[in-house]
Design a protein around this ligand. Sequence first.
Ligand code: GDP
Length: 471
Amino acid sequence: AELAKRMGIKASLMIQKLMMMDVMATVNQTIDYDTATIVAGEFGFEVERASFEEENILQGHEDRPEEMITRAPVVTVMGHVDHGKTSLLDTIRKTRVATGEAGGITQHIGAYSVEMDGGRITFLDTPGHEAFTAMRSRGAKVTDIVILVVAADDGVMPQTVEAINHAKAAEVPIIVAVNKIDKPGADPDRVKRELSDKGVVAEDWGGDTIFTHVSAKENIGIDTLLEMVLLQTEVLDLKANPDKKALGHVVEAKLDTGRGPVATVLIQEGTLRTGDAVVCGIHHGKIRAMINDQGAPISEAGPSIPVEILGLSGVPGAGDELFALKDEKDARQVSTHRSQKQRAKELAKTSRMSLEKLFEQMEEGEVKELNLILKADVQGSIEAIRDSLEKMSTQEVKIHIIHSATGTVTESDISLAAVSNAIILGFNVRPGAKVHEMAKEENVDMRFYDIIYNALKDIQDAMVGMMASTF
Ligand code: GDP
């Protein structure tokens, strides 16, 4: 449509010409440069290449091994509601962030860093797996380590299990902080037992997970916890090159009435400097000012440093990528290109895994694993179906149950399914309208059964390509 308009001809005429060239296009479709050249030529026009390859502009972001230096770990705190995630983050911030000169109050920018004898640690200040999954669903890998908070007087709860499965799906190591050990009813051994049932096994029980005992409220054991984070960091051997243009991800962003779009970005590679031209999601801009977690203005930020930036053309989303480039012209070009691409993507609805598509994708060699989430009214059903399903794995497709729990399907299940490309199976459960709506929005295949046999049969059929005949 756009090309026809520019040439001043009817779109239908152009579609006809394209059809004669064996190109079936609709008015909303994008055609490639070569096709555009030919069809425009038919109408006596010449096409000039104005687009660009994003990769060319993104030059200068590649690394040489000798430039890599150790960087600080980025930590997310997860766990069941009321187990003390916010308290833990507050205690660490209050007692361990070197307070800035201006007033001595730390600034809430969505992330902060603490400086220890053994090194620096950066915390994302939004606890819980919702933020974690939101970032992941945009392809952002920001977290290096998850601190799993479990209250010693309450033990493993549904959101504890969810957090474990989210961390596992993202392949991020877990450090357990058994919290509230100051309470009379605290039973850390029970937490250890319950977690090992979920596959999170302490080192002294033959596993590989670090367990620590803390009280976020009484400030007990926090230093040990932080030391353990640094210990785990050594194992991970985290490195980044500070000596190039910056690359990072947005942690949070908002529109400030006085300052315009404000975003907290976690720099992951390179160094960001004031005056740098940047692309951030579909927006662009020039860094006007940077503010650190202590509210102080800074002129540069290197790997693993969270920083609030001013100067973007719009408000990006959490999880959006930020990168610096040569000049503002390039930045504007990339951001325009990206907005166009995003629109095209929205038009061509994202396709996720579904049972109908399983066989087709297997044949094309696209799937090797079928990820499932099981929800049922009783534990017995889960165990029965888990056993049967795991036996159905074949050489071509391995069935992988990434999460299972009693209770109905929740919004958290949908987001886990979306980021892990999983299908949800529900047994004798009926989620509310909001969950159905979200599944539809996210294109997550959700199926409900009363009889286990029917579910097994559907999956069996899907795996041998018989699904079409049953639906
Ligand atoms: P979140 O929902 O996981 O963020 O939990 P919060 O940090 O909001 O804590 C929930 C409640 O537990 C609050 O009333 C806290 O004061 C309390 N709490 C948190 N940590 C501790 C602790 O170590 N000991 C005791 N006794 N209470 C705690």
